[in-house]
Design a protein around this ligand. Structure first.
Ligand code: HEC
Length: 710
């Protein structure tokens, strides 16, 4: 049946997928993770729980709770915290179901915690092989789980989708959703829709072809798959739900041998179910490689890259699409969080979806037709002058395609807004959006050749990095901004804006207490007045807070929870990280309530070893070749300019830097591959490895001079 706005729950109960769901364990005891279709569809009326990734299917991240409110939030205190076992990236939104919290940490580890005390009920480690970390563009993060009928689902970094018994954490079933011989990863949260688990994947920086798959939630049997872009035409159709539309609409929008590098289009974050129209919206990512000139001979829109695509959740068949960045060439993913709402626009109720993807436009799209209602830039944009309302296409600044010369694009690959969840308050009518300004220089990579398994973006990585020269570096750093923006989606205009010292701040939660909660990169978790943006409360988290907060109640007490820990793309906090170099503490779950009195143990970062420049001397040619080799191979993990973020080793201080043989054994031969530092012999030779030592050595000398106060 079609579920429309007026459909009653009783009518729904008559449908098979609804009726087959058992909520009671044998013996009548309430089972763990007792989530069924009924509860998910009615989640907006169940403010005590956080049943699905965005709170409800509409993913507004609005908590209908007001015990904690603008009048008393100053009394908010820590109720409990739970330490994770790693300081690697933390991005998860927890679920809270009937007093139990289910969440994830880095390396796709899952845990169930008592939502009142933080006591661990169980934990599960999928034991992802550490060398898999190499395929993760932006750390070994995970954004959370889904729940259904006594099961908890996690997408593991190595491409498995795993169903766990919510009571015990034991594996019920596990399926491999990707070709593990290719650099696919999963970092996104699964969603459960009508008894099916939907999961996407990532990997378009390295070279893959994106898709989403639906599996039967109880058995793991595949139901359908939708590829977002065409494959190699010589191989014929895939035999999947996407065949028809790829042939009819997408194929002719691609040129050249695009399939050789995968083509991209991964669905690594937004997968949102529309319960009013019975549709699924997926956010589709960037091209692989990024450079359109090289990916598709500079021709065509490359459907369905950088698009929102509406699918039938029953069959996986295409319904409509809206492409924000045709012929994308800047890593402008449109995977960013999607929020559904009904807005009164020009006196008429419109069912809309709202999205603020990397390209810097805030889109309001008609969910019924996929047609653009309005789009407006929410940060400065150098690549475009606006969206043509007639066609829905951006009006491009021609030079922005960097075909002949380098171009500084704002926003850039890190996005005007990235995965950090935004929220919508039906009370204020505003969207609370973590925005940022990070311009980057794009320059085509001369002599680009696809390197299987490595980064393949076909853009000169070194041109994207902040410059080494301290004065230029400081000037560049000053351009970077981060903001919390309260956006009126009807008027398409900003209502208030909080400025931060830098980008990469946290996801938001709006509440009926007229509050907005948000963490930031500089280590505080804050509450703002939702109407005015006035800061009302703040907590020193000892580490950056990136994830989306949630709120829930147990026994009538309201809690606010957030995952603390740095997350995502390293270079942003590393390359641009100023201030003292330090080691980041491990991630944590932080949970607050009014009058909470728990305190965090004092955090003393361990002393870092001094810079360790090699005693060998190198030629300037070696150092300069090393800079390029470093940018192309190492910066994504060890930080632009070898400025570490405080998570992976700071190579300028490494004991191996002054030892040619040891350096080569690690970098070329993979001596530390068990720990995630893979062998680079596949991609660079020993001489190139030595040039990188020369370059890091020069950076170490600069650091030495800085620390000596020169
Ligand atoms: C995908 C992420 C990733 C990339 C890319 C990467 N590394 Fe690493 N590297 C790591 C990790 C993780 C470790 C820590 C291993 C451990 O704990 O033993 C590490 C450790 C090292 C170490 C040992 C440092 C020490 O003092 O313990 C060296 C040297 C090193 N990397 C050099 C490089 C160079 C040079 C490149 C580029 C050619 C590179 N790495 C690229 C992840 C990466």
């Amino acid at each position: 049946m079609k579920i429309s706005a007026g459909t009653s729950l009783a009518a729904l109960a008559a449908t098979a997928w609804f009726a087959t769901t058992a909520l009671q364990a044998p013996g009548g005891a309430t089972m763990a993770a007792a989530v069924n279709a009924d509860r998910l569809l009615a989640a907006a009326g169940d403010a005590s729980n956080w049943l699905t990734h965005g709170g409800t299917y509409a993913e507004q991240r609005f908590a209908r709770l007001d015990q904690i409110n603008a009048g008393n939030v100053s009394q908010l205190g820590l109720a409990w915290f739970h330490d994770f076992d790693t300081n690697r990236g933390q991005e998860a939104t927890p679920l809270v179901i009937d007093g139990t919290m289910y969440t994830t940490s880095a390396w796709s580890k899952v845990m169930a915690l008592d939502a009142v005390t933080g006591k661990v009920k169980w934990s599960y480690d999928p034991e992802v092989s550490k060398d898999r970390g190499f395929s993760a563009c932006c750390d070994v993060v995970n954004r959370g789980v889904a729940a259904w009928n006594g099961l908890i689902f996690v997408g593991a970094l190595d491409g498995r989708l795993i169903a766990l018994d919510a009571e015990t954490g034991k594996v019920k079933w596990s399926v491999v959703t990707v070709d593990q011989g290719q650099p696919y990863t999963i970092t996104g949260a699964p969603r459960v829709v009508k008894g099916k688990v939907i999961i996407g994947n990532g990997g378009a920086e390295l070279g893959v072809r994106g898709y989403v798959t639906a599996y039967d939630a109880m058995t793991g049997k595949k139901a359908w798959r939708f590829y977002t872009i065409p494959g190699d035409p010589a191989k014929g159709p895939d035999g999947e739900a996407s065949d028809e539309v790829l042939a009819a609409k997408a194929g002719s929008t691609w040129s050249g041998k695009y399939w050789q590098a995968g083509g991209g289009g991964t669905v690594w974050d937004a997968i949102v179910y529309d319960q009013e129209l019975d549709r699924l919206y997926i956010g589709v990512g960037n091209g692989s490689p990024w450079n359109h000139e090289i990916r598709s001979e500079g021709k065509g829109d490359n459907l369905f890259l950088s698009s929102v695509v509406a699918l039938d959740p029953n069959t996986g068949k295409y319904i409509w699409h809206y492409q924000g960045t045709p012929g994308e060439t800047w890593d402008f993913t449109q995977t960013q969080p999607i929020v559904l709402a009904t807005l009164k626009i020009d006196g008429r109720d419109r069912k809309v979806l709202m999205q603020a993807p990397k390209n810097g436009f805030f889109y309001v799209i008609d969910r019924e037709t996929g047609k653009l209602i309005s789009a407006k830039g929410f940060v400065p944009q150098t690549w475009t002058t606006g969206v043509d309302p007639a066609t829905g296409r951006p009006i491009e600044v021609p030079e922005a395609r960097y075909k002949k010369a380098a171009f500084v694009t704002a926003p850039s690959a890190l996005g005007a807004h990235n995965w950090h969840p935004m929220s919508f308050s039906p009370q204020t009518g505003l969207v609370y959006l973590p925005a940022q300004e990070v311009p980057m220089q794009y320059e085509s990579q001369a002599g680009y050749a696809h390197r299987p398994g490595a980064w393949n973006v076909a853009i000169k990585m070194i041109a994207m990095e902040p410059p080494s020269d301290r004065a230029v570096y400081k000037a560049t750093r000053a351009l970077l901004k981060g903001q919390l923006v309260a956006w009126d989606p009807v008027k398409q205009k900003e209502v208030w804006r909080v400025q931060y010292d830098g980008p990469w701040n946290g996801g938001t939660l709006a509440t009926a207490g007229n509050l907005v909660f948000q963490g930031n990169a500089k280590g505080s978790f804050q509450a703002f007045d939702a109407s005015t943006g006035k800061p009302l409360w703040s907590f020193a988290a000892q580490t950056g807070v990136m994830a989306g907060p949630v709120s829930y109640t147990v026994n009538g007490v309201q809690y606010v929870a957030v995952t603390a820990g740095y997350g995502g793309a390293y270079p942003i906090s590393g390359g641009f990280g100023d201030g003292p170099q330090r080691v980041a503490p491990n991630g944590r779950m932080l949970v607050f309530k009014l009058g909470g009195t728990a305190t965090l143990p004092a955090w003393e970062p361990p002393q870092l070893p001094p810079p360790n420049p090699p005693r060998d001397s190198f030629t300037t040619a070696q150092i300069s070749a090393g800079a390029t080799n470093f940018a192309e191979n190492c910066a994504v993990c060890h930080g632009a300019g070898a400025r570490a973020v405080g998570i992976l080793p700071d190579l300028r201080r490494s004991g191996a830097l002054d030892d040619k043989a040891l350096w080569a054994s690690i970098v070329h031969d993979g001596a530390l591959k068990e720990n995630g530092m893979v062998a680079f012999s596949k991609w660079i030779n020993r001489d190139q490895v030595e040039t990188i030592r020369a370059y890091v050595g020069a950076q170490a000398k600069m650091l030495q001079a800085e620390e000596a106060g020169k």
